[in-house]
Design a protein around this ligand. Structure first.
Ligand SMILES: Nc1ncnc2c1ncn2[C@@H]1O[C@H](COP(=O)(O)OP(=O)(O)O)[C@@H](O)[C@H]1O
Ligand SMILES: [Mg+2]
Length: 385
């Protein structure tokens, strides 16, 4: 909050006066009260006492320049060292231009000559006002940084909990629905083998068809919730995704992989998988591209996944769309494993989305090609009958 000059004039201002002459102190005090300011002024002159007093809560410091054994600039220096946002006004019998410049450069609010103190009161009020504003700005900046951090943490947490929730639902579908449907299919197959009447066999055949399509649907839902293919490694999952994308959309899709056997820490394969998934969805939805290239490489401990299309490119306003969360979500997702996403695009040369994840050296050595998924939801039990 900013305090106006009027408010300052009506409250008692606490001012530290660094001054060796009691007479000058009284003069300044008289000057300020003549100007209508209520001031509680404490005079100190010995340097150690002045330095000790800096940590007390002053509204402002008024300091002489020539002091016994030191100068006012030293007090200013000490203020700066302590990062105190306190107004500092230099008042001197005579002040050279060099000194004035040095003082202002070091953060003094103002400088005045002792033989012309008319400006002191307004200068003091102005300096206090400016310091209040600066303090408010610093606090607001700090709050903004903190709130951005909290937002990032929340977004990251949401991404992670959504994945955990999806995995839990997939597991339930697998264990409960999947188990029952498979058992049902066994029983129907048994009835089919043992039934004599054609009507019953007809019904059983229809029921078997329904169960098969229910099994297909559950598999599809499970896959969308939690890509079981990732259990075979990120490379296999990307190969599968690329082939399926090409088949579904008719957009030519190529995958280049530097090293087939990638050792990745937990969490990273899923982030890479979801990134490729969103990027490919965007290519089919927005780009009007005829070709997309996916490249995965691990170089000097840095994993890079690039999805490049030859489409129309992203326009400046596209990423600011209020209801578009795909790419924003990717930034947050990448941050959960210490990575980031870059986008580059120019009209005519398409769009590149690049995920970069630096991997900790020990994480690379310690891990094989497994992902953070257990093996409990393998697709193997489906359709075994
Ligand atoms: N590969 C791309 N080519 C052209 N435009 C794209 C591409 N990817 C994204 N965009 C643009 O960026 C916008 C934001 O994308 P995104 O954050 O994924 O949100 P959404 O896909 O839900 O709109 C899209 O609406 C689209 O206009
Ligand atoms: Mg999208």
């Amino acid at each position: 909050m900013t305090i106006s000059g009027v408010e300052q004039a009506s409250r008692v201002l606490r001012v530290l006066h660094v001054e060796d002459s009691e007479l000058d102190h009284q003069l300044i005090l008289a000057q300020l009260s003549r100007a209508g300011l209520k001031v509680e002024m404490e005079r100190l002159d010995a340097l150690p006492a002045v330095l000790a007093a800096l940590d007390r809560p002053w509204d402002a410091i008024v300091s002489d320049f020539n002091l016994p054994g030191y100068s006012g600039l030293q007090v200013l220096e000490a203020l700066k060292e302590r990062r105190l946002l306190m107004p500092f006004i230099l008042v001197s019998g005579e002040i050279g231009e060099d000194t004035a410049v040095a003082a202002m450069r070091n953060g003094a609010s103002d400088y005045l000559l002792k033989n012309n103190l008319n400006r002191l009161a307004p200068a003091l009020l102005h300096a206090i006002d400016a310091a209040e504003n600066e303090r408010a700005r610093v606090t607001a900046d700090h709050e903004l940084v903190k709130s951005k951090q909290r937002l990032h943490q929340l977004a990251g947490h949401l991404q992670t909990s959504v994945e955990l929730e999806r995995a839990a639902i997939a597991r339930e579908i697998h264990d409960d629905v999947g188990g029952s449907l498979t058992a049902l299919k066994f029983d129907l197959a048994w009835i089919d083998r043992h039934a004599q009447e054609p009507e019953v066999r007809q019904r059983v055949a229809a029921a078997l068809e329904t169960v098969s399509s229910a099994i297909d649907a559950s598999q599809r839902i499970m896959h969308n919730l939690r890509p079981a293919i990732l259990e075979q490694g990120l490379v296999a999952a990307l190969q599968w995704m690329t082939a399926r994308f090409e088949r579904r959309t008719g957009i030519e899709a190529g995958l280049r992989v530097g090293d087939e056997r990638l050792a990745l820490p937990p969490g990273v394969p899923l982030v890479a998988y979801r990134t490729a998934q969103e990027a490919l969805t965007n290519v089919s939805k927005h780009s009007q591209a005829t070709r997309v290239d996916i490249e995965l490489s691990l170089d000097s401990g840095v994993l890079t996944l690039e999805i490049h299309d030859n489409g129309r490119g992203i326009a400046a306003g596209d990423l600011a769309k209020e209801r578009s969360f795909g790419i924003r979500g990717l930034h947050e997702r990448a941050a959960t494993v210490g990575g980031w996403v870059d986008l580059s695009s120019s009209p005519g040369s398409g769009t590149s989305l690049i995920l970069t994840v630096p991997l900790a050296a020990d994480a690379i050595d310690a891990l094989d090609d497994s992902t953070d998924f257990g093996n409990d939801t393998g697709a193997s039990i489906w359709g075994r009958v």
